[in-house]
Ligand binder design. Sequence first.
Ligand code: FAD
Length: 486
Amino acid sequence: STTKDGYRYDVARDQVTTGCQTEAVKSSSAHTEASYDVIIIGCGFTGLAAARDLSIAGKRVLLLEARDRIGGRTYTTHVDGHNYEMGGTWIHWLQPHVWAEVTRYGLVDNVKMSTCMSKEADVSYLNDAKDGTIRERPEKTDERLLPLIHKLMDIDGDGGETVFPQPWLPLENREVWGAWDISLQERVDQLDISQADRDFVLSWLSMNTCSAPAQSSFLNLLRLYSLSGYEFNIFMEICGKYKLKDGTSRLASAIYSEFTGDSQFNCIVKSISSTREGMVVTSKDGRSFSGKEVICTIPLHCLPDVEFSPPLPSAFVTAKHANFGGKVHLHSSSPVDPWFGVSDGHHSVCAAFTESPSAQGGTHLVSFAVSDKLIAKHHIKDNPKAYIEAVTNDVTPNSVHMETTHLVWHDWARDEFSKGAWGSYGPKQLSNGLGEIMRNTKVSEGLQLVNSDWASGWVGYIDGALEMGRKAARDVKLHLDGIDRR
Ligand code: FAD
């Protein structure tokens, strides 16, 4: 089926088309009940996990989703016989929630490796003078990068290991980490290293937030590094090595297939109210739904668009994350040897790499655009040629020759149901608001607010979404069953 989401640009025809083929499009079911046990808003991985768990627990559940598909910021499109991940992509067995789902649905055999992370892949980065690129073997990069990362994280003389002693409980130990909620740029500036090393290390870190180093949080990175066992190589592997051959939409569909409640797509929620009779949810097109409990999984930046009664605690309305970057796929008709290139957060494109050979004998490459640069300031669909040029200039070594035939992408920063890419924090955002949100996801009687944007563990990842959805489902089930969860 075709979703309204996503764009494709054909170089030969110089034409942008909207909408993509995906298995994520699903039909609404009948809206059968006058009142439900639980209404779940949002059909990303948070909402899907909660809906599945609660319907298996025998609860009457209604799912409401603004889009025409499941998956939210994670879905797979099929273009010319090739799969493109428009949002969330890479998964890892060190992410417990997502790996449990991969196992549950028999998808372990479906996991494959992206070519950029193979041992054969060359690594390239803008050289110190920023007038070209250096290309070298990954081992050589590791030799220089890993000691620098250790220095960066070593704020406690113990490699950073005492800062988040229980990384899945990030709010503990605040008296220690409070002072470190600074920008990546500020932290790198504290190090006694050369300017060339500063630029080099920032190049590798900027792609994590797709932001300039001054807008990225050092603390958030340290948190993710802690979850990776304090190994930067493992962190990189988690972020970009393994993915599902059939796509993340296969996993989302598998979860959805175990959901037995009702669902309404193309249903934009306008208000959520607590009344004497229970919870009432209304949609923009004038429909009204009743239930005992609501689990709202709307992303952080979209919460101010919904009217809540009683109003939400102010942190939910004012808190923001920092990621307005984007991911753009390129297809080259000529084969390209495995390669991984990074620039820095000051260029329009912060990273690009080969993903896999394509179905047509060419190469599929992935690139990441920096917040507030090309993709955000000038809509890429208005000038896709400029984007291709930026990939060439900012991250591609001169020795790599690409014949780009098309681009495929989703503009998450401009999407009214995400208003940003994955939840990645800026300096002080964890201290000012996001921490408060994490502490209290049951915001009022009958209302849980959960999303990967403020997950306790893998914040901003599919794993964090599943964690939040499953936790909320458990709390709501216990509450409905009259069990005190303590
Ligand atoms: P969402 O997926 O945003 O789901 C929220 C749902 O709420 C959406 O379906 C939305 O349409 C719906 N909604 C919003 N407003 C309304 C409304 N008013 N009424 C009804 N419904 C509404 N994660 C990884 O693990 N690995 C990766 O490699 C990775 N790469 C990424 C790359 C990009 C470009 C992006 C954007 C994300 C990436 N992520 C990655 C992050 C991951 O995709 C997200 O963290 C995760 O999908 C979020 O799930 P969620 O359910 O919490 O939120």
